[in-house]
Every structure is written in structure tokens, then in C-alpha cells.
Write a protein of this length. Sequence first.
Length: 82
Amino acid sequence: MARHVTPSEWGRIIAHAWIDSSFAHDLSTDPAKAVTSFLGIDPKTPIRVLEIPAKPADLSHAQLEDIRSGKTASAFLPMYSC
């Protein structure tokens, strides 16, 4: 059974990709592996990943760090689903 990635988790994934170019590369080359690793999901769990949007210019690095860590809600990031 496929695991749904929540909007909050997806926001964290996007923020992490915008901060960490190595993760962004992994996400583009093996998205299921990158997402399951980042979220600590069993690698055998089916995951579908959509394209990461362009980073908004008005988000600071500190704001992205707070989103990535889960400290701040990602409600202001575009809504995408997996």
C-alpha cells in the first residue's frame, strides 16, 4: 500500500531541497529513495514525487531551516501532493 506524504512533510521536503543541493539532486535522480530516506519511511513503500517548484525569493534561509526541521508550518509553500 502506498504511503501518503502529508502537506507538512511535503513542505519540509521542498524546503530541504531548496537548502541542500545534494538532496535536490538525489530528489531529481531517485525521488522515492530521497523521500523515504528523508522521512524515515521503509524504502519498500511506494512513493510518488512531483516536481519541486522554484524557490520563492522572499523566503530566507532561516525560514527554510524552520520549515525543514518542522519547527514552522509550511502552509505558505505551494501545495503539492505525492
